[in-house]
Design a binder for this molecule. Sequence first.
Ligand code: TYD
Ligand code: MG
Length: 460
Amino acid sequence: MAKSKTVYVCTACGSIHPKWSGKCTSCGEWNTIEETVVSAPAPAPKNYTLSASKIISDSTIATPINKISLVNEHRYDTEIGELNRVLGGGIVKGSVVLLSGDPGIGKSTILLQVCGNMAKKYNVLYVTGEESANQLKLRAKRLGVNEDKLLVMSHTDVQFVCETIQNSKPEIVVIDSIQTMNLEGVNSSSGSITQVRECTNMLLRVAKSLDIPIIIVGHINKGGDIAGPKVMEHIVDTVLYFEGDRINSYRILRAIKNRFGSTNEIGVFEMLENGLCEVPNPSSMLLSGRLSGVSGSAVSCLMEGSRPIFVEIQGLVAATGYGNARRMSTGFDGNRLNLLLAVLEKRCNMHFGNLDTYLNVVGGLRLDETAADLSVIFALVSALKEKPVPDDMVVFGEVGLSGEIRSVPRAVLRVLEAQRLGFKRCVLPRSCYKQLMSSAIPEGIELIYVKTVKEAISLI
Ligand code: TYD
Ligand code: MG
C-alpha cells in the first residue's frame, strides 16, 4: 500500500509548502494554499516502462554539440492557417500542447475542427471527459465534421486512455480536458494539483515514447479552487491561450510558451454559427464599424509578432456628476492611462481633473505595446476638444514623462501596412526618421514626424 502524506500546495503556482499559510511565499498570491494528500503514483501501465528523461535523449553519454546531427522536426498541418502560425508552422510530432482559456471560449470547438481536418488523412483520437459521445456528435454535426478516421472516446481514466493510445496508435490525440482526467491510485479528486500533474506526466511519457502529438485542454479558474493549468506549463512543450470575452465574437489565440517556435504570433478567430472562422486580415475587421468624422477616435498600429494590426481606440470625456472623476479603461492599462493624463495636464496644459474619462479598445483587444500611447492621447484630446481626428490618419509612438515622443520598433513595417490599408497620413516619432529614410520610402502616404506631445496634438 502506497504511503500517503499531507502537503500544502499553492493552486496558483503549484509550489509545495510544509505548512499552511495565508500567502504563498513563491508567487505572492493570497488564499491559494490548499491541503492535499499525496500518495506514491500508481504503477505505469504494463506495456510501457520508459521514463520521460530516457526518451528525450536516446544516449546518456555527453556528446559535443557539433557532433549532434540536426533532425528536422516533422509537423502536421492543422489546415487552420492562424493556428499553424501560432504553433510555429503546425503541430510537431511527439509534442504536448496545452490549450487553455476561460470556459466557453471555444477550446473544444477549435480542437474538434482540427481533428476533423486532420482525420481526412490521419487517425485521430478525441478523448472527452466533459461531454458524452452524443453531445460531441451534436457539435460535430454543427461543425460539419464526419470523418471515419476520427475516433471519439468519452472516458476519464487516464491509464485506460494511455492504453488505448498504445493499442490504436493514432497520429494525433486530443484530451478534453485534463481537469476531468484521473489516475487511479492518486489519492485526490479530479482537477486537483496532484491529479493534474500526474495525469499530464503520464500523457507526456506516452507522447514522447510513441512520438504522438497530444493536445490537452486545461481550464483556468478565477477562484483558483480547482487546480489551474499553471503546474502543467512547466511540463508541456507548448502553451496556448485562447483570449477574448464570450459576448464578443472575436477570439485571439496566443502562444505563451513554445519550444518549437516563437511566442510572438497571434491568431485571430471569429466564433460563428458553424464554428471558429479564421480572420486572416484582422485590421480591416477591427476597423470595419468605424464611424467617420466622430470625435474621440484614433487608429493605432500595433505589432503582434511579425504582423502589424490596426485597431481603433475610443475616448470619451464627460463632466463628473459627483465626487472624484472616474477613469475607466478597457483593453488598456489603467495606470498607463493615468500617466498619459498626467502628461497631458503638466506638459500640454489640458485638464481632465473634473471630467470622467473613458477609454476603449475596439474588438476586445488588449494593448500592451507602448507604441499605442500617442493614439490614446489623440483619442482623449479629440474627445476633449470635440474635434475628430482625420479618418485617413494613423498614429503611433511611445510617450515619455517629459512629454517627448519616443521611437518605436518596426516603424517601416507599420507605415507600409498603413499605406496598404489606404491611410493617407501617419503621425510617428521624429526619431523614426532614420529608420524610414534607410528603406524605400512608401509613396502615397504623408509622414508627419513629431517630437513632443504638444506638437502632435496641435494636429487635431
Ligand atoms: P466550447 O468550444 O464548448 O468552449 P470551451 O470548450 O472552451 O468551454 O464553445 C462553447 C461556445 O461556443 C458556446 O457558448 C457556443 C459557441 N459556439 C458557437 O457559437 N458556434 C459553434 O459552431 C459552436 C460549436 C459553439
Ligand atoms: Mg469544452
